[in-house]
Design a protein around this ligand. Structure first.
Ligand code: C5P
Length: 217
């Protein structure tokens, strides 16, 4: 049987994309499958943690063996769900590919194609990871993800400092999205970068072990 390094610990995970409504039938979203976040939830449970998964829309099976599962649609919904829960968790892993922008006003009725040009105004969504980094509870560990297409490590390190996360898990967006495998860099503020490669579940396990080492004994 496996060791349970996370027993007695509570882990909150966000996963999947968000959907930002344009009108009742259309939305803005991205290619996130949710696989990485769901793998982390599953492995965290196996390693003994109490697990809450807050998920945007995905095709993945609901992991009923975890302790709590909250389904959300938009970035705003996800932020509200996190706000309600985060204080009581030891480890916060923000794996979701949250939309950065949302339509400023979503139309109540379906938009008709009467205009040759249509301009959509977008507004920034709340940055959940940034909020958590700046509102850490004592002893809490905040983990963020960074899907980059260039200068992966440098961009991720900048993100770590700006959002005051304890760890950023950086990967190549083109390679990671939808795939069952992943190669990631764990970037810390004052520890050397760690490279992990393998199936998303293997990556999740190694990531959780490294994060566990950051918890105060
Ligand atoms: O700044 P960027 O979106 O690249 O940062 C990615 C990280 O921030 C991920 O951990 C993602 O879950 C988180 N994020 C968030 N809320 C947003 C945007 C990103 O929590 N609105």
């Amino acid at each position: 049987s496996e060791e349970k390094p996370l027993s007695g610990k509570k882990v909150l995970i966000t996963a999947g994309p968000t959907r930002e409504a344009i009108d009742p039938v259309r939305y803005i979203s991205n290619h996130s499958s949710g696989k990485m976040g769901y793998s982390i939830a599953k492995v965290a449970k196996r390693l003994g943690a109490e697990v809450c998964l807050i998920s945007g829309p995905t095709c993945l099976e609901v992991p009923y063996f975890i302790d709590s599962y909250i389904r959300v649609e938009s970035a705003k919904d996800m932020f509200e769900a996190v706000l309600e829960k985060y204080r009581e968790y030891d480890i916060l892993i923000m794996c979701a590919a949250v939309a950065d922008y949302t339509p400023t006003q979503s139309s109540q009725e379906k938009i008709k194609k009467t205009q040759d040009k249509l301009v959509l105004e977008l507004s920034k969504t709340p940055d959940i990871l940034d909020f958590l980094g700046h509102n850490k509870q004592p002893g809490q560990i905040v983990v963020g993800f960074a899907a980059e297409t260039q200068n992966i490590v440098d961009n991720a390190y900048e993100k770590l400092l700006k959002k005051e996360a304890d760890v950023i898990v950086a990967n190549d967006a083109r390679r990671a999205m939808g795939s069952d495998e992943n190669q990631v860099y764990l970037i810390f503020k004052d520890k050397p970068t760690v490279v992990i490669e393998g199936k998303k579940e293997e990556v999740a396990k190694e990531l959780l072990k490294r994060v566990c080492e950051l918890l105060e004994k």
